[in-house]
Design a protein. Structure first.
Length: 404
């Protein structure tokens, strides 16, 4: 049985709280401490925590200091800007870390976390939940075993509508900075970040590694009245000349399942997250399948992997090394492109209850057309699209603000 602590139990913290509660009820862990700044609003959860032996705090640093050396894993489901300082302090006080995605906003913060991890001997596992799933790991093995030939291109698209309440839910949603710290909130660095990390992981030349990136070109746009982007298309190129293409937006009215295609020398992979299986379509006409993990099992696989890592250093988790490639893409995208405002003539709004959805006209079709052609939006003649610069990612170790 391991000792756990958690910082924050509201918002996405509720997911981590429920994970830990399940583990505690199953006799897998003991929750020894929790930082809850809004205890009046979370009375039921706080009552459960204290009834099961947890000490409550309103200051996370005080919690880590008081329980120094007594926490096996600290769970950190907080805002992006706090991931690095909380993870570093946790390791320095003797705890391993499970931190929500994205691990940080900047590559230099990851390098500092890696340094502290090496100094303390503590690990950081990152909550990019998709790569903990059996289907993703089985697909990675298929791509590595050479059956489908060399990788040529991995691409994903996602249309996830988000309204004004989404952007008003906290003090950093849709922001580039929060209280002086980089956040770089966007579809590709928050809600749909899982899938950018996932295709980078699948492009890695070893099972435990993500792709080694050479360069990136991005186009970032916004229709909503926010600081950051709500729409993006990204092309990253690996050092093995594999293209990684990613198209995401919140500026639509629909919610569509993420769709992934992987082009190989001898076939194509089709991965639709609302289907029951992944299709491996070989050029000779044969089709093989890999079962898709039900979403209801996702968190169990994440928590099982974390428990395994506590008992065995060789057990697989999403490491800082893997997660760093996602952050490298995010930083590179902001080096490549300014956040371009879509002209009003191409924007519409619709009221949904107390919220307003702002969307770009015909955007779904625009992105699908670009996706099918392996092109960025500006390369397909979209009137409002603006090309970004090609940016080298070789030896890239510091984000200084790019074009933000």
């Amino acid at each position: 049985m391991y000792n756990a602590a958690i910082i924050g139990i509201s918002g996405f913290g509720k997911i981590h709280y429920n994970d830990l509660k399940q583990q505690a009820e199953n006799g897998v862990c003991r929750i020894v401490a929790a930082t809850v700044i809004n205890q009046d609003e979370e009375q039921e959860k706080c009552q459960w925590l204290t009834a099961h032996g947890a000490k409550l705090f309103t200051d996370w640093e005080e919690m880590l200091e008081e329980f120094s050396g007594q926490i096996d894993v600290c769970f950190i489901p907080t805002g992006i800007a706090m991931h690095a300082p909380m993870s570093i302090k946790s390791m320095q006080t003797g705890a391993n870390v499970f931190v929500e995605k994205p691990v940080t906003a900047t590559i230099q913060e990851i390098r500092e976390m890696e340094k502290v991890s090496a100094e303390t001997g503590k690990f950081v596992a990152v909550g990019f939940q998709n790569i903990y799933q059996p289907d993703t790991q089985q697909l990675k093995q298929v791509l590595l075993n050479g059956k489908m030939g060399k990788l040529k291109c991995l691409k994903a698209r996602g249309f996830w509508s988000r309204d004004s309440l989404y952007y008003g839910r906290n003090n950093w949603a849709g922001k580039l900075r929060n209280n002086g710290s980089w956040v770089l909130d966007s579809p590709f660095n928050n809600a749909l970040a899982h899938f950018l990390n996932m295709i980078c992981f699948l492009a890695g030349s070893e099972f435990r590694k993500s792709a080694a990136l050479r360069e990136i070109n991005a186009e970032l746009y916004r229709a909503n009245k926010i600081e950051s982007a709500d729409t993006a298309c990204i092309r990253a190129v690996t050092q093995d000349n594999v293209n990684i293409l990613f198209y995401v937006t919140h500026a639509v009215t629909e919610q569509s399942p993420v769709y992934i295609e992987i082009e190989c020398e001898r076939g194509k992979v089709i991965f639709e997250l609302d289907k029951s299986h992944i299709e491996l379509r070989m050029d000779d006409g044969t089709v093989e399948t890999v079962p898709i993990t039900p979403h209801s099992d996702y968190r169990r696989h994440v928590m099982d992997a974390l428990e395994a890592r506590l008992n065995n250093p060789a057990a697989f988790v999403c490491t800082l090394d893997i997660a760093a490639v996602h952050t490298l893409c995010v930083n590179g995208a902001h080096e490549s492109s300014s956040i371009n405002e879509v002209p009003e003539e191409f924007i519409e709004t619709v009221a949904e209850g107390d919220a307003v959805v702002t969307y770009i006209k015909n955007l779904t079709n625009i992105i699908i057309r670009a996706f099918d052609k392996n092109k960025l939006l500006s390369e397909t003649g979209v009137k409002w699209a603006i090309p970004g610069d090609t940016v080298s990612l070789l030896n890239y170790n510091e984000f200084k603000g790019g074009k933000c």
